[in-house]
Design a binder for this molecule. Sequence first.
Ligand code: NAG
Length: 379
Amino acid sequence: MTKNQTLTRLRFLLTFLFSTVPTSLVRIPSAIIRAWLKNLPLGPSIWNGFAGALMATAPPRQLQAILPSTIETYKAWAASQRDCAGVEEIVVEAAGGDDDGDDLIRLLWIGPRRRGGKVLLFFHGGGYVMPLSRGHLDWMDYVRKEAVAAGVELSVCVLEYDLIPENPYPRQVNQAILGFEHLLASGYAPSEIVIGGDSAGGHLSLSLLAHLHRPRPSSPSRGRSESIRPSDRIRGCFLVSPLSSLNCSTPSYNNWFSADVLGKKVVSTWGAHLVDNSPWHAEISAGKGWGMALDVPESWWDGVDVVDRILVTGGDEEVFSDHVQELGAMLKRRSKGEVALYMARREAHDGPLMDFAAGREASETTRVVTGFVVSCLKS
Ligand SMILES: *[C@@H]1O[C@H](CO)[C@@H](O)[C@H](O)[C@H]1NC(C)=O
């Protein structure tokens, strides 16, 4: 460990003792009371109280100093798996444009890479601050195994993307575009691909859809995306509790005694890390929706025809609840494909991830998402 990392970890220790612990002492009891009054499951409420306190108090760089990186988590997980195709490195030619990122992106495979198979391109959540977690990998492994059991030769490929505040928008969008185009170049047809993600990963999925809908000029490989024809629609896209707006004044943000892991402070602080000092503000003011689906006039999405089926899910008890429902309704109005919205009762943010992180049984939302992926690829 470098001296810098040691210092950051020491700082985290101080943050934890003098800020996270006191905040938890308020948030956990509030979450318990609310769970009791509203008859919500207790375990997730307590966990959300603690994780929420941690996210609200520890700065992103401190969280990153204590959490294993995406590639470390993947390698440790994959070591115990039998048929993982491992890490695929993609060398990227100098892209130019607005992103002077590294010339290497990595796809982390769950299951084999197989000609003629189907693929799920997954974007993990974590507010663009937290790396991939074991819970994500267990969740995706579950989806894959259910699909295989249903007769779909599915492999999952997880994009390793760069994190904020070091790498603001549009770095992650550009990496997602490159990952997607790499799958096309490797011989997967759009009709064999489902994309999706949770939370920030849902946001990233929306950015990729937006780019396929109206190519973002300074993003890489514009030519190829422009040549995607209607007959080349991606098979499906699922969005689990996606970030779709930075407007934190909807009623669901002001839920009394919130049982959610997220709150105004985390969304606005991390949101600022994502978009400040980036082309984001200018794009949104100009009504271009690559960086935030609901913060531009709805007409931007008019006739969006890049995916056959979209599934939007969220929990009634989460701060994104209003936006998730608005997003579902907006996509139903504007999309040429089929759009479904599933709101889970008594559930907070990112239910499926929370289930797998805590080793609980798959909840209703997890089953809905799995069923969606299988039915997209089965026909
Ligand atoms: C934010 O959301 C609130 C509640 O839906 C709405 O009244 C307000 O106009 C929105 N603000 C902006 C800037 O869109």
